[in-house]
Design a protein around this ligand. Structure first.
Ligand code: DC
Length: 224
């Protein structure tokens, strides 16, 4: 164990944790871990290497040998993500890649293969870690644990607006159904299911602006 501080931010897709994690890391000058990106990258790399999602050994090999880099970008933009030197920032954000990530993430051997890589992000002066099991499994000794949530309807609405802005037209009912199915898979899997750590502070962002959520998270982190 180490005394380098970690703030864990767990919660379901669309709860705003990605944005909050970025804002908080920037404010505190901490490193950032987007653990969902590692599952998305594993799914994408498997596809690119022709490894199918039933081949657990193949997936473990892919996860264990991921050649990834996260490059900083200007405030408000997602980090640039490279896989084998290739820019996959947009490719890992598609709905399909999210679905596939959720499938590989149910496999305990894949989770084990990514465990140390995630812990290695803990470097001075500190880390803000975004995911599903940051507070429960990866950094159980984190001094500050946040569980950020929002209603499924609001999360579908946020995703809908994001996709509209990106010029992608989708049905909001389909999005809501996908979000519910993903929640169900993430919360009910045997390995590291999505749930608040016992010592997590739960923040519901339904109806709140991102600024208000950041204030609440800062206060909960003792940084307000
Ligand atoms: O946060 P995200 O949408 O990028 O995550 C993609 C998928 O990866 C999500 O459906 C569940 C999985 N995941 C996980 O199992 N554990 C994590 N710590 C982060 C993500």
């Amino acid at each position: 164990m180490t005394s380098i501080p970690v703030i864990t931010i767990d919660g379901p897709s669309g709860s705003g944790k990605g944005t909050i994690t970025q804002m908080l890391a920037r404010k505190l000058g901490y490193h950032l871990l987007d653990s969902g990106a590692l599952y998305r990258l594993t799914a994408l790399a498997a596809e690119r290497h022709g490894v199918n999602y039933e081949d657990v050994e193949g997936l473990v090999r892919v996860a264990g040998s991921l050649d990834v880099a996260f490059e900083p970008t200007p405030p408000g933009e997602p980090a640039r993500v490279l896989l084998d030197g290739d820019d996959v920032t947009a490719a890992i954000r598609t709905e399909t890649c999210g679905e596939n990530a959720s499938r590989v993430a149910v496999l305990q051997p894949v989770r084990d293969a990514l465990l140390q890589r995630q812990r290695d992000f803990r470097k001075a002066p500190g880390l803000v870690a975004d995911g599903r099991d940051m507070g429960t499994v990866i950094f159980p000794d984190a001094p500050v644990k946040i569980f950020l949530t929002a209603s499924a309807e609001e999360r579908a609405e946020r995703r809908y607006q994001q996709l509209l802005e990106a010029g992608v037209s989708v049905s909001i009912d389909d999005l809501l159904e996908e979000i519910r199915a993903r929640d169900d898979r993430d919360m009910n899997r045997a390995s590291a299911p999505l749930k608040p750590a016992e010592d997590a502070q739960v923040i519901d962002s339904t109806g709140l602006s991102i600024q208000k959520v950041l204030e609440k998270v800062m206060a909960a982190s003792g940084q307000a």
